[in-house]
Every structure is written in C-alpha cells, then in structure tokens.
Design a protein around this ligand. Sequence first.
Ligand code: PLP
Ligand code: SF4
Length: 448
Amino acid sequence: MQPDRYQPYTLRHLETVPRLKALPEPIRHAVRVVAQVLPFKTNRYVVEELIDWDRVPDDPVFLLTFPQRGMLAPADFARVEAAMKRGDPAHLRAVVERIRWSLNPHPAGQVRHNVPRLDGERLPGMQHKYAETVLFFPGQGQTCHAYCTFCFRWPQFVGMEGLKFAAREADSLVAYLGRHPRVSDVLITGGDPLVMKADVLAAYLEPLLCADLPGLTTLRIGTKALTFWPYRFLTDPDADDLLRLFERVVASGRQLAVMAHFNHPAELDTPAAARAVARIRATGAQIRTQAPLLAHINDDAAAWGELWRRQTALGMVPYYMFLPRDTGARDYFAVPLVRAWRIFRDAFAGVSGLARTVRGPSMSTDHGKVQVLGEARVAGERVLALNLLQARDPAWTGRPFFARYDPAAVWLDDLEPAFGEDRFFFESDAEDPAPAGRAGPGPFVELA
Ligand SMILES: *Cc1c(COP(=O)(O)O)cnc(C)c1O
Ligand code: SF4
C-alpha cells in the first residue's frame, strides 16, 4: 500500500477498510444515515496520517470529514433512518430531497446576486461581489480531495440542480477583466481547483498571464489540498508540473497567493504537510490561510493560537477567521458571536505581531464580510461593535457600527441595532438594496 497514492474513501469503504470497519457500529450507522443527505468523502491520507484514532470520535480531523449524528435534526435523522429501512429508493430520495431543501442550500444570496454579465449574457462560473476581486469557478475544479462536514458549497457535491458554479471558458474571464480595470485579484476557487491536473489548471491560468490586463496584480487559488492531499505537491505524477506552473505565474510578474484552508493545528502535524508548504513557498507563491470557527472542531482559543503560530513558523500568513454560514449542518457547528469574538481575541493576544495579520471573526453576509470587533459599553448601553471588512458597496467598508449586546446571537440577522435605531446603516427598506452598476468612491471612507 503506497501512502502517497490518492485513494478516496466513500460509504462503501466503511465496510472494507480495516480502520473504518473497526469503528463502533453506532458511529458507522450515523455516518451512513447522515451521508444520505450531506456529502461524505474522505481519503486514505486523512484516515491513515491525519486522524488521531486514540481521540476518535472527538478527534477534530475525524469530525472534519466524517458526518456525525448531531449534524441532522433528530426528527430528520429518524426520517432518513426509517426511509433507509423501508428499502424503497424512490421514497428515500424524496425524503432526502425534502431535508436538503430545508437546510438552506443557497445562503447569502449566492445564486441571486453577484453573477457578472458580459454583453448582457450571464457568466455563471464567476462571482463579482467586491470591486477588486473576481471569483472564478473552473468547471473541472468543482470537487475536493475530501469533503468537509461543514462545507457551505455542499449542494454542488450532492448534485442539487442549479447551484453548481462552473465557468465555460477562461476567455470570457479575460474579456470580463478587460472591461473591469479595477479588478486586481482573480480568485480561482471551487470545490478545490487543485484537484485539476496541472495542464488543465494551466489552460485557465495562462491566458491570464499573457493578457493585457495592467490592473491585474494577483492570482489567488483557494485550496484545502495542504490538509486533504499534500502529496498533490510532492509525489503526484504532475506535482512538479504544478509547481513549475506556480513559478511561471510568479515569473510573469504577478503575485500568486495560495489561499489555504486549515481548521486545526493537527492538520500541520504530518511531514508531508510541512514539506508541501515548503515546496509551494519555494516557487515564490505566498500562502495565506483562512478557516471557519466551528463548534466541536476548533472552538478553542488555544487551538487557534497554535494554528496561527505554526502557520507563521512555516512562512504562511494568517488571513481570515470566518463564522459558518447558515446552511447544511450549521446548527451543529454554530458558535455564538460573543463567544467567537472571545476565542478570537484570546488567540490573537497570544501570537506575535506577524500572525496578527488575521481578521475576524467574520460573517459573509449579503451586505459583505461583517467582523465582530468586540463588546463595549457606549453611553451606558452594552453593545457589540461590528465592522464591514468587505462590502457590497465599497462606501460601507471600515465604518464601525453597533448592535445590542446579545450573547445568544450567532449571525447578523439575530442582532438588533443598538441605541434604539430601527436598522443598520447599510440596510434599506427596499426589497433588494443592490444598486445596479454602482461605482463606489473607493475602499476607504472617513469614519462617521
Ligand atoms: C472574501 C471574498 C472575496 C475576497 O475578499 P478579500 O477580502 O479581498 O479576500 C471575494 N469575493 C467574495 C464573495 C468573498 O466572500
Ligand atoms: S475543501 Fe472547501 S469546498 Fe471542499 S468540502 Fe471543504 S470547505 Fe467545501
């Protein structure tokens, strides 16, 4: 058995792989039931090298890829269980479909908003929400080396119609960027774009390198391969081709930023992960890191402090701490905003200034990325101070605003404006406040 050969594990491997067969039956049963609704895929590297089996079922990396009973509401769990027992596939499909639609498969207006147009035609493989950055979803990069149990893009992995982003052509991206000179960053995302072979990825990236786009400074690639498959950069047949491609991006004069997703310091424990980081850095690419804060997995300041310290020691740059969006198994993972901010602050206070590049905790809402700055008392009222790190309207960015203190709130929608006001400054009573073709004054606005 070669550990560096990619081998995905799905439901049927629960019955064949010794490690998984040895799991207690109630745990395997829960995986089988929940995986009818939410995607399940792990792989041999995760199972053999990352998970600490002495800590299962509480091991954070186990919880990262193995569905848990608590990820479905008890009534839904029972419904799926009963439908499985009945053995009628059509009935099971109907039950599963109904539950999936109840799990808010497209949060924060992902489908409605932000799809750019070129000559009046929609470009469904792209998203352009913030002025400087265009997201690009290459059609062949819309899967992952394993699936996170908390993934907000889960619907595309279970084949729900109408949700899958997929770009047609790199050409339409280049044409779009030509008309939008303010865009400095293209973020190639998925799924995980690094499931693509190096030559396929090159077919997307190289047109950008040759194109006459003077404003385009940075290509970013979002990936969790450093956690789920670091051998992508070490021993895969095209690992060296991939790194040579990274070098070509850097040599073209543009920055290459690998946006790496890490949830827990345990993901950096293996020699393979550290070697992969070193090889990527040697190409001249930078690695920035981001992750959601998740109950059961990393709702702990010590884990975040350790994560940021180790990332910094390996030459990576901590970037964002997110809060999980309201979709899929969110109830299982949600951490109240006040507690999330305390975890962030306690971790932040214990790391060197070089790791304090991280921002958060942040909610990706319809309005933008809302950061919880912390709790405060203003004019006798206990409040939460918040800030838009990114805003749909650039004029909103960086203006602190205030909500009534609420230790139970888990999302912006749960918060009430402070000081008796009836709405936050960026909310209007219009049904859809998105101003068409807006051109804000720029990212920085004087504090009111
Ligand atoms: C976070 C995000 C970006 C990138 O924003 P940066 O702050 O520049 O990293 C772009 N588009 C969407 C939809 C995002 O959520
Ligand atoms: S790696 Fe990213 S896209 Fe893939 S399952 Fe995890 S969170 Fe979702």
